[in-house]
Design a protein around this ligand. Structure first.
Ligand code: SF4
Ligand code: SF4
Length: 81
């Protein structure tokens, strides 16, 4: 089992422009640009697609020029997934 505590990036889709900087700096490649929601169309926003693979390094939050990523402590890696 993974460690029970870490921080995960919470991306604010209202602030994210889809510029892709966070995707570029994420070493384990767990961020990607994806269309939000079920409709299958619309602007792409940064998405954490593999919470287990995220190391919690916070580079994405530091790199985001639009202050769209907040690191949020979670007690279990799979909480809310
Ligand atoms: S760096 Fe910020 S604005 Fe750019 S895609 Fe990532 S979350 Fe969105
Ligand atoms: S905290 Fe680090 S590992 Fe996790 S999504 Fe951001 S850049 Fe990637």
């Amino acid at each position: 089992m993974h460690t029970a505590r870490k921080a995960l990036p919470a991306i604010d889709p209202g602030r994210c422009t889809g510029c892709g900087w966070c995707v570029a700096v994420c070493a384990p490649h767990v961020l990607s640009l994806q269309v939000q929601g079920e409709s299958g169309w619309g602007p792409k926003r940064s998405t954490l697609h593999d919470a287990d693979g995220c190391t919690g390094c916070a580079l994405c939050a530091l790199r985001c020029p639009f202050d769209a990523i907040r690191m949020v402590r979670v007690s279990k890696p799979k909480a809310g997934a």
